[in-house]
Write a protein that binds this ligand. Structure first.
Ligand SMILES: Cc1ncc(COP(=O)(O)O)c(C=O)c1O
Length: 400
């Protein structure tokens, strides 16, 4: 058994990241400034989008995106039930109501048939639906063609939650260039990090302008320059904005991380390959269909970002449940996590929206069985082997 604990995640911070942040601190410019501008520019180029606006989290990116398309009180926004609270919380911040849909068993992404069914059930209230927020679970792309067919028919906006989806491709296109607006996360555990941070991308000039302004108090254009030689002290507040801007210290880290994004991705792919090779032979473990697809016969033009590597514990083959499986991993010094507790299980959403256990059977069954294993670029070959061995050991010890 391994001697030291392998955490579920460790950020990949090298000397160049540290030096970039120190340089930024020494530059005398700590808040939004030239580093943030450069980070946005390089992000634009990497993803291939028209506008990228850096903010302080994906949560704020989602909030600003929803506001930009005019979502507000009395509107409805459709979100998958298996996601982090931010996806639905951002909807609530606008005064609108989130409506949940179940996931596909194959990839844990939102099920487009269920969106259709929900809109049908809403009847005349379907007119209140304004947007859909697909979440690319774990970094595997949602079926955006099917979702787009529905959104076109009903006049809904698509705001993608791409917190896990850098660098994800759908039909050869980078996520960040497809939906009306896309929100990325650079939280500490994400594929690239700024500690805390996010980015909104869009092709629409007006939305980009609106988001830029509202990420900084609703102050008019380039207000961030007011303390620079070329800036002016005068500004006007033209909207009720937020304090969601990204500081330069974070952007300095983001720039270094972005330049290593492909390298990080290669490492994640290599770990995913090794895991899949071994786990697909273990009877007590199931892999989501999308994992097997992504490794063996990824649909043409799809790229999995491998932010997560979930396995599913098979209750018919093991004497222990998911929670005990996690404890057994911990006993063997392997950290793991669960993504996600379905939103309708959280008291806030259950009470506010009136959902009950049993309303989303696919997500509930996935949740009961899923364990997210460590997958990050700092893992050594030995770490990967230890995870595989620990899983193997548990499946043998507790075989039914
Ligand atoms: C699917 C999803 N959406 C949104 C977020 C929120 O990201 P942030 O912490 O950058 O606000 C997360 C964070 O873990 C997430 O997993």
């Amino acid at each position: 058994m391994r001697k030291n604990f392998l955490p579920f995640h460790l950020p990949s911070i090298d000397q160049d990241d540290i030096e970039a942040v120190v340089d930024s601190l020494k530059s005398g410019w700590l808040t939004t400034g030239p580093k943030t501008q450069l980070f946005e520019h390089e992000f634009n180029e990497y993803v291939g989008c028209r506008h990228a606006i850096a903010v302080n989290s994906c949560t704020s990116a989602l909030h600003l995106a929803l506001e930009a398309v005019g979502v507000g009180k009395a509107d409805l926004v459709i979100v998958p039930v298996l996601t982090f609270t931010s996806t639905a919380a951002a909807v609530c911040y606008t005064g609108a109501t989130p409506l949940f849909v179940d996931i596909c068993p194959n990839d844990a992404n939102m099920d487009s048939d269920k969106i259709d069914a929900l809109l049908y059930r809403l009847g005349t209230d379907a007119k209140r639906a304004k947007a859909v927020i697909p979440v690319h679970y774990g970094g595997y792309p949602c079926d955006l063609n099917s979702i787009q067919e529905i959104t076109r028919q009903h006049g809904l906006y698509i705001i993608e939650d791409a917190a896990h989806a850098l660098p994800t491709k759908y039909n050869m296109q980078m996520i960040g260039t497809i939906g009306d607006l896309t929100a990325f996360s650079f939280y500490a555990t994400k594929n690239i990090t700024t500690g805390e941070g996010g980015m909104v991308t869009t092709e629409n000039d007006q939305w980009a302008e609106n988001i830029r302004k509202n990420s900084l108090h609703g102050m008019n254009r380039d207000a961030w320059k007011r303390y620079r030689a070329e800036g002016s002290w005068y500004y006007e507040v033209t909207d009720l904005g937020h304090k969601y801007n990204m500081p330069d210290t974070a952007a300095a880290l983001g720039l270094q991380q972005l330049r290593k994004c492909d390298l990080f991705h290669e490492k994640r792919c290599a770990i995913a390959h090794q895991y899949t090779q071994h786990f697909s032979r273990m009877e007590a473990i199931e892999l989501p269909g999308s994992t097997v697809n992504a490794i063996n016969s990824c649909p043409d033009g799809y790229q999995h970002a491998w932010h997560l590597f979930p396995i599913l514990v098979s209750p018919n083959r093991l004497k222990i449940d998911r929670n005990r499986f996690i404890q057994e991993l911990q006993k063997r010094n392997i950290g793991s996590s669960v993504h996600f507790i379905p939103l309708h299980f959280h008291p806030y959403y259950a009470e506010r929206l009136g959902y009950q256990k049993g309303d989303f059977p696919v997500a509930e069954s996935f949740y009961e069985r899923t364990v997210s294993l460590p997958i990050h670029p700092r893992m050594t070959d030995e770490d990967v082997r230890d995870v595989i061995e620990a899983v193997y050991d548990i499946t043998i010890q507790f075989k039914r």
